[in-house]
Design a protein around this ligand. Structure first.
Ligand code: NAD
Ligand code: ZN
Length: 269
């Protein structure tokens, strides 16, 4: 096992182009629950997937805003873990050695950037963007509170007060005062096409695609690694145990929490 890790480490340092694809599992050791697997979270009796869709927002913008307010606060309070750091250091290594590097994440928590990664494609955008449902303008909202009414609504327990917040007290657009929504990609919504195809192109020309902490169940991101495999890339997957493997076509399956395994597998300066 250690020998396989060393072998992977050596191959990575000799490669010409590497894509790292991450999912919720990379942030699990920062205390942020995943959607699937043994580390999955829930919200007041709902699975998070049930609320992460446009239909849920139509039905109850208050409920969805409370969930996203909670996730945003939780991400702000969390710290990048050793997995985020190993990926950021690997990027530095690649830069120095002339290895083409790209990080594509399905996470919306910005922990990669806070660990020092700079070439990050956020496939599902981020918890810190909002979009107006009336005029479509998009704004970045990193450190200011989302709105007064959401303060103190950050309790995920099923008993928490779930009297809906009146719509006029939910986050509103500064320009037209329309209702704002969290601007993450929800289930059933398209990804940015240009971004997706640049990741796909990069993946298909890579020698290695590292799949880290993702159940690889969410399309179209789930197609990136299998497609790259067919184009000749080798796959290395990092997940808790073999039962989580998303494909039997991986050259390296590294079992264990990625905060422990990635620092051993990824070269650094
Ligand atoms: P997922 O919840 O479907 O799967 C998480 C995977 O991570 C599981 O396979 C699990 O076994 C694995 N895992 C858990 N802890 C791990 C660890 N310490 N080391 C290695 N692997 C570990 O997540 P997904 O595949 O990213 O897809 C679900 C969607 O959830 C995405 O659209 C993403 O945007 C969203 N999401 C994001 C966050 C976040 O931003 N942190 C959190 C939850 C969900
Ligand atoms: Zn507006």
């Amino acid at each position: 096992d250690e020998q396989r890790l060393t072998e992977l480490h050596d191959k990575l340092s000799q490669s010409k182009r590497v894509l790292v694809l991450t999912g919720a599992g990379v942030s699990a050791e920062s205390g942020i629950p995943t959607f699937r697997g043994s580390t999955a979270g829930s919200w007041r009796g709902f699975t998070i997937s049930e609320l992460a869709c446009p239909e849920a927002f139509q039905r109850s913008p208050s409920q969805v805003w409370e969930l996203y307010h909670y996730r945003r606060e939780k991400s702000l309070a969390a710290k990048p873990n050793l997995a985020h750091v190993a990926i950021a250091k690997f990027e530095q290594f690649c830069l120095k050695r002339g290895i083409d590097f790209m990080l594509a994440t399905q996470n919306i928590d910005r922990l990669h950037q806070r660990a020092g990664s700079s070439r990050v494609i956020e496939l599902h955008r981020s918890l810190f963007l909002v979009r107006c449902t009336a005029c479509d303008s998009v704004t970045e909202n990193y450190d200011s509170p989302i709105c007064e009414a959401l303060r103190g609504r950050g309790d995920p327990s099923p008993q928490a007060d779930s009297t809906p917040i009146p719509e006029d007290q939910l986050p509103r657009c500064a320009g037209c005062s329309g209702l704002l929504r969290p601007y993450v990609v929800w289930f059933g919504e398209p990804l940015n096409e240009g971004e997706l195809s640049s990741v796909q192109e990069f993946a298909n020309m890579s020698d290695f695609v590292l799949v880290v902490g993702t159940s690889n169940a969410v399309y179209p991101a789930a197609m990136i690694a299998p497609d790259a495999r067919r184009s000749g890339a080798q796959l290395a997957e990092f997940n808790l145990d073999a039962s989580c493997s998303s494909s039997n076509d991986v050259s390296y399956f590294v079992a264990g929490p990625c905060g422990s395994t990635l620092p051993k597998a990824l070269p650094r300066l």
